[in-house]
Each structure stands twice: as C-alpha cells, then as structure tokens.
Design a protein. Structure first.
Length: 365
C-alpha cells in the first residue's frame, strides 16, 4: 500500500483546506508515493517518536501537531525540531500532520472530548463562513433525475441533518452549435430551443472537483452550461470548538473533579464556581481562549480548553467557569480518533499508537 492511499482517507475525514492560515498540516517529510510499511500515530513527532517508528518498522508517522511550523533556514540538529527532521530524513520516515483541519471538523478533536464528557445536542461553537459553494446547472427535463443522483452521490446537497437537498425551476434554453460541434440534440448552424431545468445544489468548496466531474459525466451535453457561486453562509459542520449538554445537571465541583479523572490531569486551573450545578458545556482542544466570548454568548456554564494566560481568565467575567486542563491532556484522545479512522478504512493494515507520552509538562503536587 502506498502512503498516499492512507493519507487520502485522512483528508477525506478532515480536508487539508480546513486548516488555519498559520498551520502547516500535510506531508512534512517523505514521499507520498512510497510503499508504507506501517503507521505510528502520535500527537508530537519528536525525535524519540521517530526512533520508535523506526524500531517498529513504521515508515509513516501521523501526528496531530506539525513538527515544522515555520520555515527552517538551517537543519543542523541544534533544536528538537531539527533533530526530529534529520532522524526522519536519514531513515526514510514520512511525517504527516493533521492539525487544525482535524480541530475544525465536527467529528474531530472536540468530538472526542465531548464523547468523554457524554455531551448531547452538540454543535460547532464558532462555525466558519465562506466554505460553501452553489452550483446551478441547466439540463433537459428528462435528464434531470439522472443528473441529480450523480450530484448527490458526489456529496452535493447536504445541509446539516438533511441530504439530497436541491431546488429546480423550468425554462427554455437556446443554443446554436457550429460545424465543429457534436450536439446531443439539434443540428449544427441552426438555433435550437430546448425545455430545460435549472438545478441548484450546494456543497463544501473542497468537493468542487468531484462534484463538477460528476456533473459532466452525467450530463448529456458536450458543453455544459452551469454557474458556480461562492456563498457567505455559515457552514455549521466546520469551525472552532464544540458546545453541548450533559444529560442532566451535575454539581460544578464534582464536574471539575471528574475532569481530573477523565483527562488524567492532577490539577485543573479554573475561575471561581458561579453556580452549584452546571449542564451546558463548551470545549476546545488545544489553545482555545479566543473562544471564551463565544462560549459566553451561547450561555455555556463552563468552557474547557487549555493554554489560558493569567489575564485571559478575567475574560470569563463571572459569566461562566473557564477551565484549563492542559494542552496535551485536552488532545490526548486524538490518537484514538486517528487510529479509529485508519482502522475503519484499512482494518488489516499495521497501524499502531505511540507508547510514548510526548507531553513536555510535568506537575509537582
């Protein structure tokens, strides 16, 4: 099996287009055309984990965090990044990062946190805009059903919990083929009028190529008349953080104690307890303090994230409990998520989880 085959399944789950502008998700070292001997999954592709991959005969590391965030002007082993890259290159180990694109999908990093907390009625905390497109295509009436099926099969027409969504209206189209054309209907050099339907569907921008290919394959005309529109609509399936509810209210202090057990962290930094019980919970794996205001606006009782600075705790403004459970701890279950995605698609392939804890933070209690 080629490395590109494994990466394709990951990018179908969390398209690279969804990563933030500052990110460096994707294949960092190695070649996607290599045969894959095995996969090692981790959060951080440190030198120790690269050596672990070599020992386990895995020439592909799938990491959550990109080992290279900024450009490397020199690679001489002077820091942990360069050491990891040198070891990977010398031993033909490919490193692939799936970072903020995995953070931003509704079934990604935050979904695993929500699973551990048993949250229901989940939705994206801060959905993104500008990720949807609309296709309007003109087709003879009798060919509309076939075209609709092809577009739906390609992923178009999905809106939240609804699928196969479309709109159509009837009209009259006209065209005149020249002598070089091979019209499906009509004759060259004669204007032809054809009863046609305008069929409209929406789809995520990263499916554009697949949707247009399906359209051309299913459409009878050699020259398909269609329009593409970028949409400013909010895409509810993609964005930062997640908010949901507990099945029933729980005492706030007990919930904080449970966080320590679930995420295996000896201490939870948090603002003062405001209510005896809580139910509505917002989460964001990794550094999510930029979402505090959004969590407040959605009336969450608590917002769980990490990397909160001293002054950022004041942003809670006595309107919710702001809790920091640690960066590594908030994302630790991402390893299980990536393992499950790959095993679902490649059940017999050698996929392993790292045995090492790459968390650089220690706690003295």
């Amino acid at each position: 099996m080629l490395i590109k085959d494994l990466l394709k399944s990951l990018e179908l789950y969390a398209p690279a287009l969804l990563q933030e502008d500052y990110d460096n998700a994707g294949l960092i070292t190695g070649n996607a055309q290599w045969n894959c001997t095995g996969v090692l999954i981790c959060l951080d592709a440190t030198e120790a984990i690269v050596k672990e991959a070599i020992k386990k005969d895995c020439n592909l590391i799938v990491a959550h965090h990109p080992i290279v965030f900024r450009g490397l002007k020199k690679i001489n082993g002077k820091n942990y990044v360069e050491k990891a890259v040198i070891t990977a290159i010398k031993n033909d180990v490919a490193i692939y990062a799936i970072h903020t694109n995995l953070d931003n999908v509704i079934a990604g990093v935050n979904a695993r946190i929500a699973d551990k907390l048993a949250l229901t009625n989940r939705r994206i905390l801060a959905p993104k805009q500008g990720l949807l497109q609309k296709l309007a295509v003109y087709v003879p009436h009798i060919h509309k059903p076939k075209l609709m099926e092809a577009l739906f099969a390609a992923g178009a027409g999905n809106i939240a919990n609804y699928s196969e969504c479309s709109f159509s209206m009837e009209g009259m189209g006209s065209f005149k083929a020249n002598a070089k054309a091979h019209p499906f209907i009509g004759k060259p050099n004669e204007r032809h009028n054809e009863p046609e339907s305008r069929l409209e569907v929406i789809f995520p921008a990263w499916l554009q190529g697949k949707v247009l290919a399906a359209m051309r394959q299913a459409h009878p005309y050699e020259e398909v008349a269609f329009d593409l529109y970028p949409l400013a609509n909010t895409y509810q399936e993609v964005g930062s953080g997640l908010v949901g509810e507990l099945k029933k209210p729980i005492e706030t202090v007990l919930f904080l104690e449970n966080l320590k057990k679930i995420f295996k962290v000896p201490v939870v930094r948090h603002t003062r307890v405001l209510k005896k019980k809580l139910r509505k919970v917002a989460v964001c794996g990794g550094a999510g303090s930029f979402l505090t205001g959004t969590a407040i606006a959605l009336e969450a009782d608590i917002f769980i994230t990490s990397d909160i600075k001293y002054h950022e705790f004041f942003d809670a403004d006595d309107r919710l409990v702001l809790a920091d459970i640690g960066h590594y701890e908030s994302e630790q279950f991402t390893i299980d998520l990536l393992f499950d995605v790959l095993k679902l698609n490649f059940p017999t392939f050698a996929v392993q989880k790292t045995a090492l804890n790459s968390n650089p933070v220690r706690y003295l209690i």
